[in-house]
Ligand binder design. Structure first.
Ligand SMILES: Nc1ncnc2c1ncn2[C@@H]1O[C@H](COP(=O)(O)OP(=O)(O)OP(=O)(O)O)[C@@H](O)[C@H]1O
Ligand SMILES: [Mg+2]
Length: 241
């Protein structure tokens, strides 16, 4: 039986020119940081939406300093809030900084609910921050984003590189388009296992982002985030799109 929400999701994202899911099977590698800064950089020249789909640990509102106590307004759907020229929607509006004990199998449901109700009117690009997962819920969810151009994030650590390899393999096997591998928190740019991954999987772009000592103190303040060297480098990633 056809789930009405599936049709609604397709309808909602249909007119968006470019959807960029930021993913990794591994936690803590910088997906949210990259997604937020990428949206900020793209918003300098395009109409951008930013969506936090991490129902287990939404963090974009904390990173950007978005107040989530008030639920976005509704009119034939839920209207993302406008924040520094970005249309912003987050699982955090539902979870309210409380743990949401959903199982993996329920993730797709939550994804469909949120995607089906959110109105992304008048945007060119939607950047999506995904939770750290590569299981069925992840794959079920992203199958509704067939025109997505995926950005995979890793750190230089072997532990992360191994998971990045699995992430790339899985996305390739499932026929998703991978546009860039981001090697985040780079300390020594000359030592890069990520370069091997990029050639192994024929990923069009490798973007190296430095470890940033300034980041922590800028969290919650968009203007300060924009002043970091990290943001300058993320502009290089944005230039790909
Ligand atoms: N380039 C960087 N330099 C320094 N710290 C960074 C950098 N990128 C991210 N961080 C820090 O690393 C931590 C993890 O980053 P972030 O939350 O973006 O990762 P994530 O992959 O989204 O995590 P999760 O899997 O839990 O969603 C945060 O404390 C963040 O501030
Ligand atoms: Mg995250």
């Amino acid at each position: 039986m056809i789930d009405a929400r599936e049709l609604a999701v397709t309808e909602r994202v249909k007119s968006i020119e470019l959807v960029i899911p930021v993913v990794s099977g591994k936690g803590g590698v910088g997906k949210s940081t990259v997604a937020a800064m990428l949206a900020m950089a793209l918003a300098e020249r395009r109409r951008v939406g930013l969506l936090d789909l991490d129902f287990w640990g939404a963090s974009l509102h904390t990173l950007l300093g978005v107040e989530i106590s008030e639920f976005p307004s509704e009119d034939k759907g839920i209207i993302p809030i406008e924040f520094h020229g970005i249309k912003f929607m987050s699982a955090a509006f539902y979870t309210r900084n409380r743990p949401l004990p959903i199982r993996g199998s329920e993730y797709t449901d939550a994804f469909l609910e949120l995607m089906a109700v959110t109105r992304w009117d008048d945007i060119d690009i939607l950047v999506i921050d995904m939770p750290p997962s590569l299981g069925d819920p992840f794959l079920n969810a992203v199958k509704y984003l067939p025109h997505g151009k995926f950005v995979v994030v890793t750190t230089p650590s072997k532990l992360s590189i191994n998971v990045a390899r699995n992430t790339l393999l899985l996305l390739k096997e499932q026929g998703f388009r991978i546009i860039a591998l981001v090697e985040n928190m780079v300390v020594d740019p000359d030592e890069s296992e990520a370069e091997k991954l990029v050639s192994e999987f024929e990923v069009p772009y490798l973007v190296k982002l430095p470890y940033s000592k300034e980041l922590e103190s800028a969290i919650g303040q968009v203007e300060r985030l924009k002043q970091t060297k990290l943001f300058e480098k993320v502009k290089g990633l944005a230039a790909i799109f």
